[in-house]
Design a protein around this ligand. Structure first.
Ligand code: NDP
Length: 494
């Protein structure tokens, strides 16, 4: 494989592409187990160098004094570069994460769209003149924080990286990005493209390596003034504690166990197609995966059978095969974790409606594959119904009426997303307001727009990504008072 477009033994540290001084880690294609690259992790001294260089670059007049439309132009050039290399980036991400090419092409397009959106948002973002209560003009201005630490997971790297880098740069900051240890290749490629497109290199460092070492060093670095995290709730708590000690802002996009709800009057074809997409696309490795599937008791068996038939028909295979719907899990370790969670579901008394065992087909033998799996027969408070599996595993749950449904759907520590399938828009809106979630889809699922804020409630997150306001999340607000009075302040009596 071509190590496009960056030699994997180099990482960008504070403007200098150099060998990571930390341990090496192998990037493995989970479709066949082949080692595609060996990446050298950063070490804490390189985190320090990147933070210092980033802080210097953020206040360099060549960057600091750029007008918004000039910074916007630079973001546009990054978008152009991503689009120009879209196919290579998609293939690189498919090889490193196992996702299908259809999925990685969409993620690459989303990353380019994110840079373009923040370019447009930056050009049109306006300040405020709050009404004055005296003889002065009051202005509220927004300034960069300086250095932002961005920490991202392995499931959709280029898109989740772009969602942090683009608004942070738009806001005028330097970024230290720590991609997941297993999937850093596309993040490194993105940095190379961004530098080539004109982003001052010290403004974007990519520091791969173990979260507990490199991520921790970023979070604790005194020059890092904001943390932007996407990942699991356990890590979110660790980073939230560090942010609290340091009194710096943190945004957290965390895990989920999202309900997807079929009402009695739903269009069954639409609901089945949307539910299968919602839980099984990306092989279930999606924070918003609709993993708790609520079916009305009166139509339970009919709907369950439709879902089982649909799931069983999904083709499992490598992400490079256009016929594949279910690629491998991103790593072998994660596949084994998913398999163990299904085994635990069996111990809890689950009935396996389809899937549930590692495939024994010869063509899948070398990859980290797991089939689409549907379970039922569990109480709503069973561990399998409460804990995020982050794999192609959905739990079917019956409900009796709307109150029972809302009680069950909200009985989770998470609150990320929800899907509602119904022909009655009144019911849809009523339910949408009663469900505790950051995003609710009605008669659709897993649709995103960079212009629409994305956030979780409860243990699913804090603060929002996306939308124009995200730029403000990477800035500090300052109030300016400009005196308009012609007399001195009378207080001293002079
Ligand atoms: P983790 O929380 O384990 O890891 C996420 C990132 O944090 C990785 O880069 C990881 O590094 C790093 N990290 C781990 N420990 C620390 C630490 N102590 N200090 C600093 N950084 C650390 O999550 P996963 O990688 O397992 O990702 C899956 C999770 O992400 C799921 O829970 C999923 O729901 C959630 N997610 C949420 C999304 C949202 O928008 N709400 C979107 C996508 C995923 P390392 O590589 O070493 O582990």
């Amino acid at each position: 494989m071509q190590p496009f477009p960056v030699p994997p033994d180099e990482i960008p540290v504070g403007g200098d592409w150099q060998r990571g001084a930390g341990p090496t880690s192998a990037c493995v294609d989970p479709a066949d187990g082949e080692v595609i690259a060996t990446v050298h992790a950063a070490d804490p001294a390189q985190v320090d160098a990147a933070a210092r260089a980033g802080a210097g670059a953020a206040v360099d007049p060549a960057w600091r004094d750029l007008l918004p439309h000039q910074r916007a132009h630079m973001l546009d050039r990054v978008a152009d570069a991503i689009e120009h290399h879209a196919e290579q980036l998609a293939l690189l991400q498919t090889r490193n994460t196992g996702k299908t090419l259809g999925e990685t092409r969409a993620l690459v397009a989303s990353a380019a769209g994110t840079f373009r959106y923040y370019s447009a948002a930056l050009e049109t973002l306006e300040g405020e003149l709050p009404p004055s209560r005296g003889a002065h003009l009051t202005m509220s201005v927004h300034e960069p924080i300086g250095v932002v630490g961005a920490i991202t997971p392995w499931n959709s790297p280029i898109a989740s990286d772009a969602q942090k880098i683009a608004p942070a740069l738009a806001a005028g900051n330097a970024v230290l990005l720590k991609p997941a240890e297993a999937t850093p290749l596309v993040s490194l490629a993105l940095a190379r493209l961004a530098h080539d497109a004109g982003v001052p290199p010290a403004l974007l460092s990519v520091l791969p390596g173990p979260g507990a070492v490199v991520g921790d060093a970023i979070a604790r670095h005194p020059l890092v003034g904001k943390l932007a995290f996407t990942g699991g709730t356990t890590t979110g708590r660790v980073l939230g504690r560090i942010a609290a000690e340091r009194i710096i802002p943190v945004t957290m996009e965390l895990g989920g166990k999202s309900p997807t709800i079929v009402c009695e009057d739903a269009d069954v074809d639409e609901a089945v197609a949307g539910i299968l997409y919602g839980i099984f696309s990306s092989t279930g490795q999606s924070c918003v995966a609709g993993s708790r599937i609520f079916l009305p008791r009166k139509r339970y068996e009919e709907l369950a059978q439709r879902l089982v038939a649909g799931a069983t028909a999904l083709r499992v295979g490598p992400g490079t095969d256009p016929a594949t719907r279910i690629g491998p899990l991103a790593t072998f370790a994660h596949r084994d974790k998913v398999a163990a969670m299904v085994d635990r579901a069996r111990e809890e008394g689950a009935r396996i409606r389809c899937g549930g065992t590692i495939p024994d087909e010869a063509r899948l033998a070398r990859g980290a594959f797991y089939p689409p799996t549907l379970l039922d027969g569990l109480a709503p408070d069973a561990k399998t119904c409460q804990e995020e599996i982050f794999g192609p595993v959905g739990v079917l749950l019956p409900y009796d009426d709307e109150d029972d449904l809302v009680t069950q759907a909200n009985a989770t520590v998470y609150g990320l997303a929800c899907g509602i399938w119904t022909a009655d828009y009144r019911r849809a809106l009523r339910l949408a307001r009663r469900i505790e979630a950051g995003t609710v889809w009605i008669n659709t699922y897993k649709q995103f727009s960079i212009s629409t804020p994305f956030s979780g409630v409860k243990d699913s997150g804090l603060g929002a990504d996306k939308g124009r306001a995200a730029i403000r999340g990477y800035q500090r607000q300052k109030s300016l008072y400009l005196n308009l009075a012609t007399e001195p302040i009378a207080w001293a009596g002079a």
